[in-house]
Design a protein around this ligand. Structure first.
Ligand SMILES: [Zn+2]
Length: 203
């Protein structure tokens, strides 16, 4: 299945996932746009189509298990795993670091696909990659819906511990983020109300 960038954007817009306003990003910067992936994934037919691009991309890979970071990645991982007919597990935060709970485990040599909804810095995905490696399992690839890193994220880059990896990565779409430092933000100057996405208004 192939979906053009226009078709993907159409689905995002239909589900109200592309928000316009004045948003506080986790980086502390301000932006006029925000993407709320859960609004797309709340519709099973959209989740099937969009996640289908990821499962299509990795269907020729040898994969035993799909793993995702909670919470955003869970639906993506589950849907990709369903389409590939593989096991699906997730990592969740405990004392600030991602870990496997609920009896989830990975075997040595098990081949794993890491899935996520939106990647900006890729922090959660890098943490999940470390979990997989710590179990002695093998990361076969990283699939995610939206690349918001402005082309910067590279899961195949060399790691802090000096190990050079080469994980194939795939995103269904790249959405550029235009953001401002609070002091240079034109929306602040206009007096538009600042909103933290997913929360109540903060100002
Ligand atoms: Zn602002």
């Amino acid at each position: 299945m192939i979906l053009s960038k226009e078709k993907i954007l159409e689905i995002f817009e239909k589900s109200g996932a592309l928000l316009k306003g004045h948003f506080l990003l986790t980086s502390g910067r301000h932006s006029s746009k925000y993407f709320q992936c859960a609004k797309v994934l709340q519709h099973p037919e959209y989740a099937e189509k969009i996640c289908g691009l990821i499962s299509d991309h990795f269907k020729s890979y040898k994969i035993d298990t799909v793993i995702a970071p909670a919470i955003g990645g869970i639906v993506v991982g589950q849907e990709v795993a369903r389409q590939l007919n593989k096991r699906s597990i997730f990592a969740e935060r405990e004392n600030k670091s991602l870990t496997l709970r609920r009896g989830f485990t990975l075997e040595k040599g098990e081949k794993v696909l890491v899935c996520e909804d939106v990647v900006t810095t890729g922090g959660s995905v890098f943490e999940v990659i470390d979990i997989v490696r710590n179990y002695g399992a093998e990361v076969e690839g990283v699939g995610f819906i939206v690349d918001r890193s402005n082309g910067k994220v590279n899961f195949g880059s060399s790691r802090q511990d000096g190990v050079v990896t080469n994980y194939p990565q795939f995103s269904t779409i790249k959405l550029e983020v235009v953001s401002f430092l609070p002091d240079d933000c034109p929306l602040c100057k206009e007096g538009v109300e600042l909103v933290k996405p997913g929360s109540r208004k903060i100002k």
